[in-house]
Design a protein around this ligand. Sequence first.
Ligand SMILES: Cc1ncc(C[n+]2csc(CCOP(=O)(O)OP(=O)(O)O)c2C)c(N)n1
Ligand SMILES: [Mg+2]
Length: 683
Amino acid sequence: MSPNASSTAAMATSGRRDAMSSEHLTIGHERMANAIRALAMDAVEQAKSGHPGMPMGMADVATVLFSRFLKFDPADPAWPDRDRFVLSAGHGSMLIYALLYLTGYSSVTLDEIKRFRQLGSKTPGHPENFVTLGVETTTGPLGQGLGNAVGMAIAERHLAAVFGDIVNHKTYVIASDGDLMEGISQEAIALAGHLKLNRLIVLFDDNGISIDGSLSLSDSVDQVKRFEAAGWAASRIDGHDPQAIAAALEKAQNSDRPVLIACKTQIGYGAPTKAGKASSHGSPLGADEIKGAREKLGWTHAPFEVPEAELAAWRAAGQRSKQAHADWSKRLAALDAGKRAEFERRMRGDLPKALNDAVRAVKESLATAPKDIATRSSSEFALESLVPAVPEMIGGSADLTGSNNTRTKTMKPITATDFAGRFIHYGIREHGMAAAMNGMTLHGGIIPYSGTFLVFADYCRPAIRLAALMGERVIHVMTHDSIGLGEDGPTHQPVEHLAALRAIPNLLVFRPADAVEVIECWQLALENKDRPSVLALTRQNLPQLRRARDEKNLCAAGAYEIVAAHGKADVSIFATGSEVSIAAEAQKLLAAKGVVARVVSVPCFELLAAQPAAARRAIIGDAKVNVGVEAAVRQGWDAVIGSDGVFVGMTSFGASAPYKELYKHFGITPQGVADAALRKLGN
Ligand SMILES: Cc1ncc(C[n+]2csc(CCOP(=O)(O)OP(=O)(O)O)c2C)c(N)n1
Ligand SMILES: [Mg+2]
């Protein structure tokens, strides 16, 4: 059915969900949807770049969703119980900007729409949640938004289990062919289906077109069957028929499983020659085509002009949830004061006071009874105190729970029948895990931490990058962090991963050297509210180097002198993680040769780089020779040791053997470090 044939009558049939405003009924669906289409065409034309096809194709679906189903309040974009709306197909950003403007968010004005894609505007090329209030997550890399939405839906169910009916909302997604072709989508839908996330509703823009042309060039998947196989309820509808859209959404409200609605649409709907064609995907339509579209759609208004009546209908749609919002505020106010304060604290992202006590207790215990254990085990020891103290921490692992040591003794799993648990068995789905974690953080009220091997950081990387871009606190525990994992060999031994992670702006990469540094790094990861962190941890045992009682978090400076020189140092040895104890042994060998050396532990390059210049210089010192030691590639180390510094590490992939033999084979030993320093000193 075409929009012309539907509109008002269709809207009225299932109008019991919302008391539609009289304006809306007068204006009707079609004119509201055309307001989106016109704004998308005009903004892309003015910017001379952008993607008009998707917003034009999905305007009908979006209009029904936003005017009849979505629970939202433009006056309070951060309302904790709003429905989440994720535009996974971020290239269609004009769809969300049009919706935000039309429904009355103050963040997107008509002027901002006119500045689409310009520097400093609220309407960047792809939606950025840190730029535009009302945008829930940053999308553009296809598939990520869908992955985020799964995390949001998990967060909703968990918080509802903990706090009751003040958390009771849905998560809606618009996803395109590209979103569903990306591998991450399989991880996301499988996890969602397994957990029966029945408040997750995906509206698939089933337009059969991608950039190269017809989807048949590269794909023949039956998406409905695919989603059904993953445990979803899935159906196919005409995405231009408001009645069908409303009926499908209505049915989705009470589903017992996640819902896919495949909406058959025409990309660039309304464009006279480009509709249904890839040419409407990612370029301005051009003046003639836009003129023709205006005629075809019966939209006679000037560019960027939304007549008062249409705007009023949309603004009325933006007011629909006022009562729901007020009712929610009453429920929140009626909550037990302690519970309410706890909910509000978590949603603000503030840490509980108990954290500091937990950190102190771990440090006290380590000072009393030192632990010469792997840092992955130190992390578990830390978590045994942190997890009870910080109830918003939700742990997990991508099927390596026993290796990552991320599940504490008391943690129960989150399951389809009990969301009160605090541990997620993500399955072998690193990418889906990392994207879901982003979604949990974006939802609010949760600090997710993961577990996998460091080498599989590559499988999470696109999501970690987005966490860093968005400034989201997610914490990745990545164990088996070097050749020190031994026999599993080079496929499992990260060599370039630390450097690659350190290259991501705003990401904190921690590589603690012992049990004390582990608790300090955990504390820093938790306290850095606007940054993601990776904790790189060992499989092999390490000595506890820090034996003194230090209230102060020495890792906070990114680096610090862990073994002082006896006198003026000729050599500064910088090392991270498992190589710090090797550096400490090298210092003794050098002392035996009459060479004075100091050892600096560098648990976090990024925090060191952030130190004021004088403090950084003091940490780095002025020894004749700087040596860097890390069982990884040199890249990035020159910032610490200088280009004249000596580096002892890896220049190739590792090998399969017991780890002690590997360290010897690759020359990463106390003797190797001492020899390198001596050579450089000319001794
Ligand atoms: C991971 C990723 N790969 C590639 C792209 C570039 N890209 C943007 S949209 C798109 C595909 C367009 O097809 P579809 O998703 O069906 O969107 P439609 O054209 O129907 O709006 C591609 C390849 C991207 N944004 N993300
Ligand atoms: Mg498509």
